[in-house]
Design a protein around this ligand. Sequence first.
Ligand code: AQP
Length: 332
Amino acid sequence: MNDKKLIFSGIQPTGTFTLGNYLGAVRNWGPLQDEYNCIYCVVDMHAITVRQDPAKLRRNTLDSYALLMACGIDVEKSILFIQSHVKTHAELNWILCCNTQFGELSRMTQFKDKSKRHPDDINAGLFTYPSLMAADILAYNADLVPVGADQKQHLELARNIAQRFNQRYGDFFTVPEPYIPEKGARIMSLQEPAKKMSKSDDNPNAVILILDDKDTIIRKFKRAVTDSEAEVVYRDGKDGINNLMTIYSTITGKDYAAIESEFAGKGYGDFKLAVGEAVADHLEPVRTEFARLSQDKSYLKECCAAGAEKALRYSQRIVSKVYHKVGFVDKG
Ligand code: AQP
């Protein structure tokens, strides 16, 4: 590789991403490819921390891979792979688990939230999820990790793990920096705008999926919860409108002042329709490209294999050095 900085990021294989995943993370991955060396992955190993239907997980993983390509990840420019295809992630995870404290994992809000949502399956993998995420990043000594705001706490923990390892065994890991977009880092639910938009939301109207068709997208925006006023302005206490303005601004590039004057004297109905149309039109090429790519399973599998091979070659060198550093006997 050259001396450009290295970016790493991953996404869970839900088959289709939410508008939150897209605006907070994936949409920004493509434009980074020219400036940085980029490594992106579909994190199927993270996915099994909650119970999955195996056949569906397999299908969703390949669909997520195709969707990343449809969102602009170019497999000639970036390394794009499926996490479970690259064994170094699991290997490094174990070392990092042994350098992660019970107390710090217990403080993770995602663990607390997901334990509440799945009280019958609070498994060890759910608890140690952040160590595996640290392994994903540190296996490549990534400099930057583009994520939405909700992943900041996990990334902070990855930094702590890297620093602790460096103190114990001598400087080795790059301490990764978060790369959080100015706008779109926290897209909220359309039905409960104080809560982040999340693919596991029980209410389908709360979430825009990027493969939703135009009518569905517009219908969900029309039903978005706002407030009892009628003024399209960005102001404290107007969570629903603020969220729609953020979405519209991120998609169209217009700032809040321009949006306020565009909708001055118009009602929320006009505004919601405009947001819905802008989002649906923006996502149209993604949907078309996904439909094309997902037909060609053998091409996708070739890309996955090539990506995994490159990722393994890159991370193997790093993980072998980690094995040596912690005192494992070299294989020779
Ligand atoms: N609402 C959001 N706004 C902005 N960014 C978001 N991300 C997630 N939700 C929002 C970012 O998307 C990337 C991939 O996320 P993930 O697949 O690792 O899962 P997640 O963060 O757990 O997303 P969900 O939708 O909320 O899943 P569940 O329902 O399983 O908890 C990350 O960079 C994330 O920050």
